[in-house]
Structures are given as structure tokens and as C-alpha cells.
Design a protein around this ligand. Structure first.
Ligand code: IPD
Ligand code: CA
Ligand code: CA
Length: 269
């Protein structure tokens, strides 16, 4: 893809993320409906749907021939049919949006023929925008992000939600990560996978491990971590898909092999 086209895509992705974040903040101040998707711990609000529709409209107005894979499925076409695919989560961290009014994000990625080109994660409550373009590096606002610090696993601050995942218990990965928790400096859980990945890129977290995330949770974060010099794969160490559910491990490159060794101790993953 030509540099000019890539720049135009980046500008639109950034514009969409900022506009979506602004809309979420505005709607947060007004009453909104909250529904259960599959259970009381799986929420969706009217704002998630409205914000996704807003982003889809902005994209299609400029690129009517592009496909969109969004959590709320407000795009009516078949995402599998398109060469250029936008992968979006209008509000990643809906539970935080409802309960905390912080620690949620907008996640927007552009994939072309399966290759990740652009990733944007915007935290509207702190006005922090993380973005990356393939081959051009990663940024937090205007600051370049580079994971150059050599971090040993013992010094790492890791982030995971596996302790809250029922499947983790079934396959025993919760015990492996618990063992890991005793080895690292500390464990955290923010509740927005996209933001957690962006924080790995920024060095605020040294690693992130999760089971069964959706493509829109990690699509943008993956590109941002990789462009910052980090490594991102499935927990098995295989490449991440761009359009399917997957486990995710992302970390400072200094301890990738060691972390992977821990996680691959489970053969059922
Ligand atoms: C969720 C968040 C959370 C992760 C869940 C996701 P949502 O996304 O990313 O951190 O642990 O698996 O579903 O539903 O708030 O967009
Ligand atoms: Ca999400
Ligand atoms: Ca969401």
C-alpha cells in the first residue's frame, strides 16, 4: 500500500477514535440503558451501539468499499469478503464505562489482506491516544514508544484476567498463571484488553496474558505493541489471527521466551 494511502487511513482512524471517545464521554453524563448480553457480567449499553454506528458511518462515508468487523455488528456486510477490513470495538471495557467512568477505550485497527497496518487505542477519560502504523513505530500522543528497557521476568508487572475466566479453571491455566504471579513483581487487571495492550507498548505494564479474546479486543493493541518493539502471539506462541477469537500474550521482548515457556506448560490451550 502507498504511503499516502496509509497516511489517509491513519488520519481517519485517529479521527474516528477521537470522535467516538468524545461521544462516549458526552453520553456517560446522561442516563443510558444497560443490558445483559450473556450474563450479569457481560454488559452492553445503548452507548456501545451508538458509538459503533457513528464510527461505521464515518468509515463508510470515506471508504464505501471497505469491510468492518465490529463488536456490536452495526455493519451489515460480510466482513470476510473485504480486502481492507476495519476491526473495531467502540467501548472496550464496558463494565468500567458503567461502573467507573474511567479505564475504557475505543479500539480501531485496519487490516489489509490480513496484515495489520494501523492500530489506534484511545482512552477518552485521560485523553491519551496510542497509535501505530506498520513500519512507522508506535506513539502515545506525540511521544514515540520504544520497549528498550531490559526487563527480567522477576522485575515484570504483568496483567491478566485469567483468574476470572471459567475456562482457565477447566484447563488449569489459572494455576500456571498463579505460579507465575509468585515469580513476577506484581499482577494487575484493568478491564480493557485494548488499553492493557497499549500499556504494554508504553512500558506501564511489562506483559499481558489472556484467554479467548475477540479480534476487536486485540486487533489494534497487537499492532501498537509490535511497533513499540514488543512481542505478541497466542499463548501457544503462534501468530494471532486478525478476525477470530484467540488467547493473547504480549510482552517486553526480553522475557518473551521465558513467559512462553511457562504458559506452554498447559497442553490443552
Ligand atoms: C472485554 C474487556 C476485558 C476482557 C474481556 C472483554 P468489552 O471487552 O476487554 O478486559 O477481559 O474478555 O470482553 O466487552 O468490555 O468490550
Ligand atoms: Ca472488548
Ligand atoms: Ca466492547
Amino acid at each position: 500500500m502507498q504511503t499516502s494511502s496509509l497516511t489517509a487511513l491513519k488520519e481517519l482512524a485517529l479521527q474516528c477514535a477521537r470522535s467516538a471517545g468524545k461521544l462516549s464521554l458526552a453520553r456517560m453524563k446522561e442516563p443510558f440503558t444497560v443490558e445483559y448480553k450473556t450474563s450479569a457480567s457481560d454488559l452492553v449499553t445503548a452507548v456501545d451501539k451508538e458509538v459503533e454506528k457513528h464510527v461505521v458511518d464515518m468509515i463508510l462515508q470515506r471508504y464505501p468499499d471497505h469491510g468492518i468487523l465490529g463488536e456490536e455488528s452495526t455493519f451489515t456486510g460480510d466482513p470476510g469478503k473485504y480486502e481492507t477490513l476495519w476491526v473495531i470495538d467502540p467501548i472496550d471495557g464496558t463494565t468500567n464505562f458503567v461502573h467507573q467512568q474511567i479505564n475504557f477505550s475505543v479500539s480501531i485497527a485496519v487490516y489489509h489482506k490480513g496484515e495489520g497496518l494501523i492500530g489506534v487505542v484511545y482512552d477518552p477519560s485521560r485523553d491519551e491516544i496510542f497509535h501505530a502504523v506498520k513500519g512507522e513505530g508506535a506513539y502515545l500522543n506525540d511521544q514515540p514508544l520504544r520497549l528498550e528497557r531490559q526487563v527480567h521476568l522477576e522485575e515484570a508487572l504483568l496483567c491478566t484476567s485469567v483468574f476470572w475466566n471459567k475456562r482457565a479453571e477447566q484447563i488449569g491455566i489459572d494455576q500456571i498463571v498463579k505460579k507465575l504471579a509468585g515469580k513476577v513483581r506484581g499482577m494487575r487487571l484493568l478491564g480493557s484488553a485494548a488499553l492493557e495492550l497499549a500499556y504494554v507498548a508504553a512500558g506501564r505494564l511489562d506483559g499481558y496474558v489472556s484467554l479467548s479474546l475477540n479480534a476487536w479486543d486485540f486487533g489494534a493493541g497487537k499492532i501498537i505493541v509490535e511497533e513499540a518493539g514488543g512481542r505478541v502471539t497466542t499463548m501457544r506462541g503462534t501468530p494471532l489471527p486478525f478476525d477470530q477469537k484467540s488467547s493473547v500474550m504480549a510482552c517486553n521482548p526480553a522475557f518473551y521466551e521465558e513467559l512462553q515457556h511457562y504458559l506452554s506448560m498447559n497442553e490443552n490451550m
